[in-house]
Design a protein around this ligand. Sequence first.
Ligand code: HEC
Length: 477
Amino acid sequence: MIKLALFASAVLVAPVSSGAAPTYNQDIAPILNSQCALCHRPGEVAPFSLLTYQDAAKRAAMIAAVTKAHIMPPWKAEAGYGTFQHERRLTPEQIALIDAWAKAGAPEGNPKDKPAAPGFTEGWAGGEPSLVLKTGSGFNVPAQGNDRFRCFVLPLNLDKDTYIQTVEFRPGNRSVVHHGVIYVDETGAARRRAANSPDGSYPCFGGPGVAATGLIAGWAPGSITTPGDPQDSTPVKKGTDLVLQIHYHPSGKPETDISSVGVTFSNPPPTHGKTSVIMVNTSIDIAPGDSAYVSKSSLTLPRDVEISAIFPHAHWLCKDMKVDAFLPSGEITHLIWIKDWDFNWQGAYHYDKPVALPKGTRIDMTYTFDNSDKNIRNPSSPPARVQFGEQTTDEMAVAFFTAILPTPEDVAPFQRDMRLAMLDSLLASGDMSALSRLPGMNGRGRQVMQMFDKNGDGKLDEDERAALMNFLRMMMR
Ligand code: HEC
């Protein structure tokens, strides 16, 4: 009976099968080639290949189960909450076809229906780079033990300010490289931190461990780099270093990795401005055992902006991440929703079309954490109090945005206004030390805070905060 019902639905959605069960050659191979082979082929991240009939047929039931449960292909962003490039999602029809095929005993079908083997770019997907930077002489990953997180400082050695069109990460040893994130450091802080190491690197977990200027690229298995639009290149100052953080996962035998970063500079300068914006809640404080701690923060955009990508970030305890934009018109634009956050599958999500957010838009970031012993990813056993920080046992609630502005000249004033908007958001969430961290405060943060804390209760309520922000805006003109 069940078989018949499924059969009927498969026929309904795929009339080409004209009554026969779906076959590998005609129906299934095209799906596996386009949606699975990216990772399920020799030398890639997945544990087995799915390129041939034999590969697929012996796992037919498992393939049907993981596709039905939406575990494969891995794609964390919920449908309907942002439309992204290279979305990895099967249609209900494709899932039904796979199911019907597995239930029919995984028939191979007619060899003449078999599609051509999928092709993959083996070189740089984003085009031949102007500069290739490598991570030293080989980083050793032992056979067993904890995952390693390493930051490699990659000096650009620029003799003048310039623009970067594309940054592409290429893992060296794919059996151990789990993901890579590339930050931009204009301050030299990362370089100083790596000064005593032979290969210009240092251990780091959550982020680069220094106040990096921004995030320029993220790579996880299956990520696809596109050449980028020269009109949207990122300005970088002379003296800037890239900081590449790699997450290594031991493979069972000792391995060595040399990964590369390809950088393509653009010339002439872009017409648009581009910068990365970070939204963060530093006031996280999760009691041990709390299985549904909610971190909520808001930020109001000081200028019109277009968002081309979002990179949500937290550590092991986070379960659910939601970022929504409330436009002044009353309209709500969902920026992303990840219902089952997994630190191992973090990455950048590029919008299909840039999302326009006018001045006055409020962005709400709502992240939920599970600090109970039921959370199998909890790094502490028994659970311990968890606060904001960079270590494995700390937590984060962060969203990086790639912002596109009308012209390159808009970047500096936008960054200045955003620093204040972010400060306002941090003060609102209770982080009073944020004021002292504002560049130019020179240790007077406490004094300024007391000046505006009219009722002397040690925090800034809404009116007091508004007065402080007006004052700072005036000062920074
Ligand atoms: C972005 C990379 C990627 C893509 C795309 C992908 N997989 Fe996987 N797959 C993995 C990895 C990695 C694993 C190993 C388990 C893990 O780490 O989550 C895996 C595991 C599996 C498993 C074993 C699950 C288990 O419980 O052992 C099956 C079956 C599977 N994939 C099927 C598929 C199918 C079918 C598709 C396409 C519809 C697909 N995968 C697409 C990366 C991918």
